[in-house]
Design a protein around this ligand. Sequence first.
Ligand code: G3P
Length: 215
Amino acid sequence: MEFFIDTADIEEIRQAKELGILDGVTTNPSLMAKTGKNTRKVLEEICALVQGPVSAEVLATDKEGILKEAHELVKIADNIVIKVPLISDGLKAVRVLASEGIQTNVTLCFSATQALMAAKAGATYISPFIGRLDDLSQTGMELIEDIVAIYQNYQFETKILVASIRHPVHVKEAAILGADVATIPFSVFDKLIQHPLTDSGLAKFLSDAKKIPLS
Ligand code: G3P
């Protein structure tokens, strides 16, 4: 399973990278807005830091506008992945970008049929937003289960990138279902590692070790 970080904050990306398990980055316009900086500059900084895929979202909602923005964004770095909303014009643009060898991440996916359409269009990644479904009392993880089954039935190459992750259980369940990627907020990365029994166990080992000579 690949781990991406879901942020545009360069400091958070730097810290996640130090863990040695970071495979890529996803951004979106809301995450960009939080930085208060110029989008292109932020993307340049991220791509200089991370070799893996970096998703950059288009703002246009018509096919031609999406293609124009995509062609500008890919000039930033070789590892840019074009993030496109799951709308008709978005899928038309994805088809063209796929034929040009440009990687895409189809975002704002909330149903299995949307994911099927994105795969048919040739998306590199599909981003189902599980946390936002949970927020509406639906079960986001059931969507992942459905997409895994559909993609396996037809051997689609589109990778399932689980997005809108809120806590470690989302990561665990996505891994059990065999999702390809989890894009994880910075706050959740640490929680994947921590356990109070690890901390208390380590403290006990270290204090017991002091009771006898080392050699
Ligand atoms: O990057 C897309 C997605 O992960 C957004 O998450 O928390 O805004 O629903 P959230």
